[in-house]
Design a protein around this ligand. Structure first.
Ligand SMILES: [Fe+2]
Length: 169
């Protein structure tokens, strides 16, 4: 059965909405537990706010297309399910595991937005791409922050472990 580009785009938007909802809950759980990494806490809080706005942008696009995200069953991929499982498990090196998971998650979102931009074009959506670009820019910034701070986070974690301080969160 054939699916037209517009419906494929709508499905992509609904999936991206589910992804953002999951991002909000993952990041909220992380930041709630994080005590020893204030810069990371600040970044995560900022990105939670951005992510809420991203979900709203997707809702706006869906409305402009005459549909709503709630009319679809949210699909969550096994990838994000695995990342979520990772975030649930208490681990001594929680801050590092979360850093790896967030790095992967942000790149998953970057790929999703780049794909949506191509779909928007094929679906003839002239107004959506501006909003999608804005969200893409935020995902790229967050991914870059994680990447740029990976080494410093690791050093701090190892040093805190070595001095017997709380290191994992
Ligand atoms: Fe994100």
């Amino acid at each position: 059965m054939a699916t037209n580009p517009r419906d494929t785009y709508i499905t992509g938007l609904v999936n991206a909405h589910a992804l953002e909802e999951q991002a909000i809950s993952l990041l909220s759980r992380q930041v709630e537990r994080l005590e020893s990494y204030p810069e990371m806490s600040d970044q995560i809080r900022r990105h939670i706010d951005e992510t809420k706005a991203q979900a709203q942008r997707i809702e706006e696009i869906l409305q402009s297309l005459g549909t709503s995200h709630s009319s679809f069953k949210d699909l969550v991929t096994s990838f994000t399910g695995n990342v979520a499982a990772l975030a649930h498990a208490p681990m001594q090196d929680e801050v590092m595991k979360n850093t790896f998971a967030n790095f992967a998650f942000e790149h998953f979102e970057i790929a999703a937005y780049r794909s949506l931009l191509a779909m928007a074009e094929l679906a003839g959506d002239a107004s959506g791409p501006k909003l999608l670009q804005q969200s893409l820019g935020e995902e790229i910034r967050m991914a870059k922050w994680i990447e740029d701070n990976l080494e410093a986070t690791t050093r701090k974690y190892v040093q805190r472990e070595a001095s017997g301080q709380k290191a994992g969160v």
